[in-house]
Unconditional design. Structure first.
Ligand code: SAM
Length: 231
């Protein structure tokens, strides 16, 4: 598929949290129709079975700018169609990738997907309207997010879903840090690892018990702090 339109376009497809059964039909169609499909290798692994002849542009953190430049150059100079794949949903802790694509092309179409956050909510039976979401999965500046986390933990009115940051801000360290700020040690929490994969795991206990865990957590880990009154 090629485009004669002079304005540059790309589609960002959110591929879901790991099991490709969570890729939407819209996302699958966009991948099937694309000339180029770019994404981190782990993300491409999810959608590989649906690629029909597209050139795969695998990115790593260190070369993502160069890979996107390469792909967008083909859009501009050869009229190719480009899909960039994002993990989970593209409106959940994926802004850096969206901004990288947006600064390179005129029009970005977004195809949303299923987030790891939605899977965690369905596993625990909690609703978005009773939940606050905080991410530490940013390159810098986690101080505000940690302050908000402590604020909402002390406030006690909501479940809190937290994305840790591999590998320096992980569940046991976060639990230790928030205890030192006076958060209740008895608050119940769950850590999910590798949601939707065959080796998915979950651990539940108190914040104090989490702080004592010495085994390593997967980079695909997500924390749920349960609302005190209802859990
Ligand atoms: C950069 S964020 C992107 C989140 C993604 N956009 C989403 O909607 O799930 C990556 C983080 O999401 C969480 N995550 C993503 N997939 C997961 C999974 N299958 N199981 C547990 N946590 C997951 C982990 O905290 C991981 O470090």
């Amino acid at each position: 598929m090629t485009s004669s339109n002079k304005e540059t376009r790309a589609t960002i497809v959110a591929v879901g949290p790991g099991d490709n059964g969570f890729l939407t039909l819209k996302g699958k169609q966009a991948i099937e129709d694309a000339d180029l499909v770019a994404g981190f290798e782990t993300v491409l692994n999810v959608i590989r079975p649906f690629v029909k002849g597209a050139e795969l542009c695998s990115m790593a953190y260190r070369n993502q700018e160069e890979v996107l430049d390469y792909a967008v150059d083909k859009v501009i100079n050869e009229g190719k169609s480009l899909v960039v794949c994002a993990w989970g949903d593209l409106n959940v802790s994926a802004k850096e990738l969206l901004d990288r694509v947006r600064k390179r092309v005129d029009h970005v179409e977004l195809v949303p997907g299923i987030s790891s956050v939605q899977i965690a909510m369905s596993r625990t039976g909690i609703s978005l309207e009773h939940t606050v979401f905080v991410t530490l999965h940013v390159r810098a500046g986690t101080e505000n997010a940690l302050d908000e986390l402590i604020h909402y933990l002390k406030d006690g009115r909501r479940n809190i879903i937290l994305l840790p940051r591999p590998y320096d801000l992980m569940p046991a360290g976060i639990a230790t840090g928030i205890l030192s700020k006076g958060v209740s040690a008895d608050r119940q929490m769950t850590v999910f690892q590798r949601l939707t994969y065959n080796d998915e795991q979950s651990w539940s206990g108190t914040i104090k018990e989490c702080s004592e865990i010495t085994t390593e957590f997967s980079d695909l880990s997500l924390m749920v702090f349960h609302q005190p009154d209802t859990n």
